[in-house]
Ligand binder design. Structure first.
Ligand code: ADP
Length: 447
């Protein structure tokens, strides 16, 4: 089973210790190999020196090889000529070096039956052969001590690396713990809280920054949802209250059939309002969840706008308004005709609603200089102040709630128009100055 601690701190400490131990092992191995090679080189150099001394003595001191042993202190050597021993030190025989298989391939190690190791070298000149040896005990002792020191250093280094890594990881990861503590305290009721960002440039600062951005978006979404629920409940309550009071009054006083019919009629009006509200909400919810399926057809915008104008003409006539349509021929867009018609009807409905009696409304279908097809609804109504312009597309937002409600507005018309046009890949622009009317422009994707 692999050792895998649950905490990042533990894993970091283990990795740190593991890597450091590997480095120390590799370093120790290299040091041991280098020292061993150097010590053996020293031994071999000494053997070479002894060989040279013996050879020189043999040639210069008139074959008196005992001098080498007594004066030069070379204790282990043997000189033979054609297999006949010319000189052999006493130690050579005692140790049993004469039984060692001598090679001339270079210095080699020979182990005696008693477990001692000797470094040997042999050299021949014609029939003369000189063999020299030296005890490896000192070298081996030094190497053994070095190996012991290195072997003890490895576990010590591992333990120190583990402890150091654990401490270091603890220090480095401390901000994560602090962030987690802070984040744990943030609930749906306290979404305005933010994580502390000590240094926005380091990794933890960036993490906290991203988390804070997400929190801000969540807070915004929660806030909108809360407002939306409150507004929707309010809108639903109004027709329900109206129906209830109309019904209660009708029940209390006995009336004739015509009066009851009137009561039912006004109740149906409220039901109609409720139905429109629920349908609008459903449409927006579907758009929010990306379930609005927009067909991609080539649509003649002129024909579509003219048909919407004719559909609503009776409302404009009721207010004595002049309603005209100017459609450049052949303006076409790639969109869903039903959704775009719904957008045009909403804009037109607003223009008729908010433009006073005998005002004028003009629908223009054209191609913008950018090449995009557009439907414009211009009116000579009251206009919209800049402060409201930014918000009129929000759900349930009305500039003058009471007046809008009286006019039959629920504050969803523009939100729905924008949502259906967006589902078609288009956008709605608005230009308006107070007292000078408004222009709502739907821009759609070209064919
Ligand atoms: P409503 O159902 O109240 O009309 P909308 O979303 O359609 O809701 O419009 C939001 C608000 O924008 C309206 O309450 C109104 O104040 C303002 N508005 C929309 N269209 C016009 C217009 N053509 N002229 C003036 N004000 C407008």
């Amino acid at each position: 089973m692999m050792l895998r601690p649950r905490s990042v701190r533990g894993r970091l400490a283990l990795w740190h210790a593991g890597v450091l131990t590997l480095i120390v092992c590799a370093f120790s191995g290299a040091v041991y190999a280098l020292v061993r090679a150097q010590l053996l080189r020293d031994l071999d150099a000494r053997l070479a020196r002894d060989l040279a001394t013996i050879e020189r003595t043999y040639r210069e001191a008139d074959y008196d090889l005992a001098e080498v042993e007594t004066r030069a202190g070379v204790e282990l050597f043997e000189v033979t000529s054609a297999g006949r021993v010319l000189y052999r030190t006493a130690a050579w025989t005692r140790i049993g070096l004469d039984r060692a298989a001598l090679t001339e391939a270079g210095p080699a190690t020979w182990s005696s039956p008693h477990g001692h190791s000797y470094r040997m070298e042999t050299r021949s000149w014609h029939e003369l052969r000189i063999a020299v040896a030296t005890d490896e005990a000192l070298t081996r002792g030094a190497l053994g001590r070095l190996a012991l020191i290195l072997a003890l250093a490895i576990p010590c280094a591992a333990i120190v690396a583990l402890a150091g890594g654990y401490l270091l990881a603890g220090r480095v990861l401390a901000p994560v713990g602090a962030l987690a503590d802070h984040a744990r305290r943030i609930t749906a009721e306290a979404l305005d809280a933010r994580l502390p960002v000590e240094d926005p440039r380091d990794e933890f600062g960036q993490l906290a920054g991203v988390f804070n951005d997400t929190l801000a978006r969540l807070q915004d979404a929660f806030e909108r949802l809360r407002r939306f629920t409150a507004d929707a409940s309010h809108e639903l309550r109004t027709p329900l209250t109206a129906m209830r009071s109309v019904g209660e009054v009708a029940l209390q006083n006995a009336r004739d059939p015509a009066a009851y019919r009137e009561v039912i009629g006004s109740m149906l009006e409220e039901v109609e309002r409720l139905t429109r509200l629920v349908e609008g909400l459903l449409l927006l919810t579907r758009a929010d969840t990306g379930r609005t399926h927009a067909a991609r057809e080539v649509v003649d915008l002129g024909a579509l706008a003219t048909s919407a104008v004719e559909h609503l003409r009776v409302l404009a006539e009721e207010k004595g308004q002049e309603l005209t349509a100017a459609a450049h021929s052949g303006v076409r867009a790639r969109c869903d005709p039903a959704l775009v018609r719904q957008g045009v009807v909403n804009l037109l409905d607003n223009a008729i609603k908010y433009t006073p009696q005998r005002g004028s409304i003009r629908v223009v279908v054209e191609v913008l200089p950018s090449g995009e097809p557009a439907v414009e609804v211009r009116d000579t109504g009251p206009g919209i102040a800049p402060a409201h312009l930014e918000r009129i597309f929000e759900r349930f937002y009305r500039v003058d709630a009471d007046r809008a409600r009286q006019a039959g507005g629920m504050g969803l018309g523009l939100a729905i128009a924008r949502s259906v046009i967006a589902a078609n890949g288009g956008r709605i622009e608005v230009e308006s100055t107070v007292g000078n009317g408004s222009v709502f422009r739907m821009v759609l994707p070209a064919v």
